[in-house]
Design a protein around this ligand. Sequence first.
Ligand SMILES: Nc1ncnc2c1ncn2[C@@H]1O[C@H](COP(=O)(O)OP(=O)(O)OP(=O)(O)O)[C@@H](O)[C@H]1O
Ligand SMILES: [Mg+2]
Length: 290
Amino acid sequence: MAVAIQFTDFTWTYAHTSRAALRAINLTVHQGECIGVIGPNGSGKTTLAYSIDGLIPGQYHGIKHGQVDINGREVEDYAKGTLQREVGLVFSDPEAQFTAMTVEDELVFGLENLGLQIPEIRERLEWVTELTGLAPLLEKPPYEISGGQKQRVALAAVLAMRPKVLVLDEPTSMLDPVSRKRVFQVLDELRKQENTTLVLIEHGLEHVVPLADRMVLLSGGSIVLDAPTPTFFEHLDLLGQHGIASPGAVEVVSRLKADGRYDGELPRDVDGAEAIVRELLAATGSKEAR
Ligand SMILES: Nc1ncnc2c1ncn2[C@@H]1O[C@H](COP(=O)(O)OP(=O)(O)OP(=O)(O)O)[C@@H](O)[C@H]1O
Ligand SMILES: [Mg+2]
């Protein structure tokens, strides 16, 4: 499988700070893989996102060691504006992203910049409007819509570009539960349809866990745990030390596993946990009956 994102001994220290925001990061993400990145506030998650998208070192001052490669080429070797064709970044603060007078123009703007023909732009506009449910908002100025709606527009604008690598930095922080669920469904569909590589930075673990193949825990700028999602949550003590609470359904089964009462894979969601617990209860029941 081709490597989409490769961090090699990457260390970044913002100008005028004494402590590295990311230190000695080694991370490989394959094409089509989805990784969830979690960590306490200030652990370097956003800095990691910026380093994939080239904002670091392009837009920020600081000291860099090591390198980041996207699709086999170092971030700094991409000609101006070309990395953005490979990598889409959705920020948590959508305001910073808007430049156009209407939502529709906002969606079309990036596509025009890609040099696409009008029929292709129309097709993508329709696709993304449908996918994100933005039809009623197309004529509105971006500054007149709600925070949650802005987040959906920001996501749609990036999705429309169909980047091979999509980095989402808390993309649903302002959304209501229904819209949030929908966004994660959209990401799942996109992954299946387009084999998009996803880096998902998100506090809402219950949404990330079902989607992520792997989870990465950042703390103090370092990767302290990088494991396939089913084994990641077996590290209860390490996660606890870094203030990470597992999703309830996962934790219940992880505790059963730590107690030696279960030895299979951890579930991804409540349904999975329920099936495991039912099976354990059934087995206990048949023992008691004997
Ligand atoms: N522009 C900047 N200049 C100087 N230091 C910065 C800058 N941006 C972030 N930092 C510092 O770098 C470290 C990592 O910050 P970063 O924003 O990447 O963390 P985060 O994990 O995204 O946090 P949060 O959960 O709050 O979003 C922090 O110590 C932060 O203070
Ligand atoms: Mg952040």
